[in-house]
Design a protein around this ligand. Structure first.
Ligand code: AMP
Ligand code: ZN
Ligand code: FE
Ligand code: FE
Length: 281
């Protein structure tokens, strides 16, 4: 049987509810040979997941999903196969995480002014196993308190851009995210382009060294999958894919929801080597 991979998985080190052990158990049930851990602005979940996978022979690739911004649009850049000990890379992640904590303080203040009292930073931070805290954690608390019914309602009513408790995030430019990943020896892939909708920017990203597009993603229409697949051919870059699993925090997807042929992982490794990079896992 041919090997399958899922290259977009979050853990409770960012805004998923899943532990590394749970992720590996689901990966095994789904018959995956290879997964990538791609938490938001942190790689704290990578080592524990490699550890959890050891006795099962599931390959775990080091990944990350960096929050970047351009033209007032949130642009997520996935990084893969970088050196998890590269100090400048780790330093930048720390800056991004510290900014996330500061942002949570500001959101808590805004909610307080709106009459939603007693949400503490400690409670928010207790929901993530790293400093990569985000709006989904606040949303979870608002649901738990009965302030809103669902996570989506929490975003619509309070947390989304334009809503009264919205606070922007410290973000780097996409080409800086690409550079950061390259400097750490990895490849950079534009996450879920059919959701992000920045088609007019992709040529520029490729010029900045973008290595691939996340073509295969749950609920993407065939026509849009084909469109991005064709773009990867046009630019001679990688096509990748994954489930964007978040455990209980995002119920419309799960580990293995998107399975891609392992050949695409091999192409990714070849690209790293071809660029003179070191393959880490
Ligand atoms: P943050 O990193 O704090 O900006 O939060 C972004 C995350 O919140 C995204 O990765 C989504 O998973 C989630 N999110 C963003 N908008 C919504 C929404 N309208 N409803 C539910 N979840 C959302
Ligand atoms: Zn997330
Ligand atoms: Fe994303
Ligand atoms: Fe994601």
């Amino acid at each position: 049987m041919s090997k399958l991979a899922d290259l977009h998985i979050h853990t409770y080190f960012s805004d998923s509810t899943s532990s590394p052990e749970e992720v590996i158990e689901q990966a095994r049930k789904q018959g995956l040979s290879c997964i990538a851990i791609t938490d938001h602005d942190t790689i704290d979940g990578v080592r524990p997941t490699i550890q959890a996978a050891q006795k099962y022979g599931v390959e775990v690739i080091a990944g990350v999903e960096l929050s970047s911004e351009m033209n007032h649009k949130d642009i997520h850049v996935l990084g893969y196969l970088f050196d998890i000990n590269h100090q400048p890379f780790l330093n930048q992640l720390t800056i991004m995480q510290d900014a996330r904590v500061e942002r949570m303080k500001k959101i808590i203040l805004k909610l307080d002014e709106l009459g939603i009292k007693n949400i503490t930073l400690e409670e928010v931070c207790s929901l993530a196993r790293s400093k990569s805290v985000g709006r989904p954690h606040i949303a979870t608390i608002l649901v738990k308190r009965g302030v809103v019914r669902t996570i989506k309602d929490a975003f619509d009513k309070y947390l989304a851009e334009g809503a009264p408790a919205y606070v922007g995030k410290h973000k780097i430019a996409p080409h800086d995210a690409i550079q950061l990943i390259h400097n750490a020896g990895g490849v950079a892939v534009l996450a879920h382009p059919h959701i992000t909708q920045v088609d007019e920017l992709i040529a520029g990203f490729v010029e900045s060294g973008l290595d691939g597009l996340e073509v295969y993603y749950p609920n993407s229409f065939d026509a849009s999958t084909k469109f991005y697949e064709n773009l990867t051919k046009k630019y001679n870059i990688l096509a990748t894919g994954g489930s964007d699993a978040h455990g209980e925090a995002k119920k419309n997807t799960y580990v293995g929801r998107m399975k891609i042929p392992y050949e695409l992982v091999e192409k990714m490794k070849n690209r790293v080597q071809g660029a003179g990079y070191r393959v880490q896992s």
